[in-house]
Design a binder for this molecule. Structure first.
Ligand code: NAP
Ligand code: HSE
Length: 453
């Protein structure tokens, strides 16, 4: 409530909620509605969003979110043409009717948020041309990398760099499958079934397994990174069906892991960079042996990562959950928030975009260090006497410090070296135990005290 009052003060305008029309209430739609219905602790501008209409295929399906009968509808056409709707959120997937509905929304002056990489990579030309003509935005943070913010950084923060390459693990399903095949020796189809159960896979999982989903995503990333549209048909694409457990095991022995990589790279040998035209690129998706020391080698499970290489910044890697309800809800909602901030700025005539301006008025309270809970590593030098380890244990026990390990590692001159690692403990309790230990006659010194993550 306080946040809302503050916003009203800042903007001086009257409170008018922004009405959303959401197309689809599956994994992504449900996650997004859940996030928007539970705004405590999130950006206060989210409170200005009204879930006005949600379009689905079937009204009889049980839903995980509560929506009134007036909100839920099967008439998606009516949503994208409704004059009350300002932002259309397309999370239904597929090519049609998604493409037509997006275009209709645009032609009716609505901003669009979409998670649909398949539609954007194929019809991006048509969709963005229409959006530019209509003066509306089409936002697509959730289309690549699930919850990882990578689209906005490529559009904004990284755009001053001359990008040479974008290399990503951009499909959560295949990374999940390959990781489990590698770590558990699991069977391909069992793991795929799990990925479907967790909502990572596409409605037709061949798009994941055969690399088409990753191809859609690298086409989008390449387009943003290199400033030219990408013809999807020219993106080389090979999936993971032929990757066997035997290959994974041999790769492991040779110091590699097998990952489905999506790569877009400038090939300056084909044509030099010019100020006026986009560069020549190599854009491809295929299973790749990645050296275990490479930053992408340790991206496991449903996680995605996108490594950008550019000048002058060098390498930057974006990492996080690449699929699933929560991850995509975060990305979709951040796009919605960006649009709401823009609409708010335009409507109230304020000079400050609330997402750029600092909105904080009050100080956070910082908890004192004694209240921190962490693990500790401590190295003691003690007299070489019987019972020293017991005395340390007793002292720690007195203050509720539980020990994960205690080992005598050797000697330094005539002093015994003892290393202790604790379980999580309140720092104040640990310090009290240590103060008492320092007074023990057998303790010479405590040369190291480090916190353990
Ligand atoms: P989903 O679980 O299959 O949900 C699709 C939703 O759209 C359902 O609610 C369905 O209605 C509705 N729908 C589909 N076609 C419709 C039609 N013709 N008319 C009316 N309603 C229709 O799909 P999802 O996993 O949420 O994915 C949605 C989009 O997000 C896709 O473009 C996908 O590629 C993208 N995406 C997904 C993820 C992920 O982790 N799942 C991550 C990033 C991006 P009913 O509920 O009535 O069947
Ligand atoms: N099916 C996709 C994946 C969803 O597994 O990565 C996220 O785009």
């Amino acid at each position: 409530m306080l946040h809302l009052q503050l916003l009203l003060l800042i903007f001086g305008g009257k409170f008018v909620g922004v009405k959303l029309g959401i197309l689809g209430l599956g994994t992504v739609g449900t996650g997004t509605v859940q996030l928007l219905q539970d705004t405590v602790g999130r950006h206060p501008l989210l409170q200005e969003i009204e879930i006005y209409k949600v379009g689905v295929r079937s009204l009889d399906k049980p839903r995980e979110v509560k929506l009134t009968d007036a909100v839920l509808t099967t008439d998606l056409e009516a949503i994208v043409t409704d004059p009350n709707v300002e932002i259309v959120v397309e999370v239904m997937g597929g090519l049609e009717p998604a493409r037509s509905l997006i275009l209709k929304a645009i032609s009716h002056g609505k901003h669009v948020v979409t998670a649909n990489k398949a539609a954007i990579s194929r019809f991006g030309d048509e969709i963005f041309t229409a959006a530019n003509q209509a003066g509306v935005y089409v936002m697509l943070e959730a289309a690549v990398g699930g919850g990882i913010p990578v689209i906005q950084p490529l559009k904004q923060s990284l755009s001053v760099n001359r990008i040479h390459a974008v290399t990503g693990i951009v499909n959560g399903t295949t990374n999940y499958i390959l990781t489990r095949m590698q770590t558990e020796g699991s069977n391909f189809s069992d793991v795929l079934a799990d990925a479907q159960k967790f909502g990572y896979a596409e409605a037709d999982p061949t798009a994941d397994v055969d690399g088409f989903d990753a191809a859609d995503k690298i086409a989008i990333l390449a387009s943003l990174a290199f400033g030219g549209r990408i013809n999807l048909e020219q993106v080389y694409c090979e999936g993971i069906r032929q990757v066997s457990r035997t290959d994974i095991a041999y790769a492991e022995k040779l110091g590699f892991v097998i990952k489905l990589l999506a790569i877009a790279r400038i090939t300056t040998s084909c044509s030099p960079l010019t100020p006026s035209s986009p560069p020549t690129l190599s854009v491809r998706v295929h299973p790749t042996l990645v050296p275990k020391t490479h930053p992408l080698a340790n991206i496991n499970g449903v996680n995605n990562a996108i490594l950008t290489e550019g000048e002058p910044l060098g390498q930057v890697m974006f990492f996080g959950p690449g699929a699933g309800a929560g991850a995509t809800a975060s990305a979709v909602s951040s796009d919605i928030l960006n649009l709401v901030a823009t609409l708010k700025t335009q409507k109230t005539g304020t000079l400050l975009n609330p997402l750029y301006a600092c909105r904080h008025q009050d100080y956070c309270q910082i908890a004192p260090m004694e209240e921190q809970v962490t693990r500790f590593y401590t190295r003691f030098l003690t007299k070489d006497q019987p019972g020293v380890i017991g005395k340390l244990g007793t002292c720690f026990g007195k203050y509720g410090v539980s020990l994960e390990s205690i080992v005598q590692t050797g000697f330094q001159e005539k002093l015994a070296e003892i290393v202790v690692v604790t379980y999580d403990v309140r720092e104040g309790d640990f310090r009290q135990a240590l103060a008492e230990i320092r007074t023990l006659e057998a303790i010479d010194s405590i040369p190291s005290l480090l916190r353990v993550l």
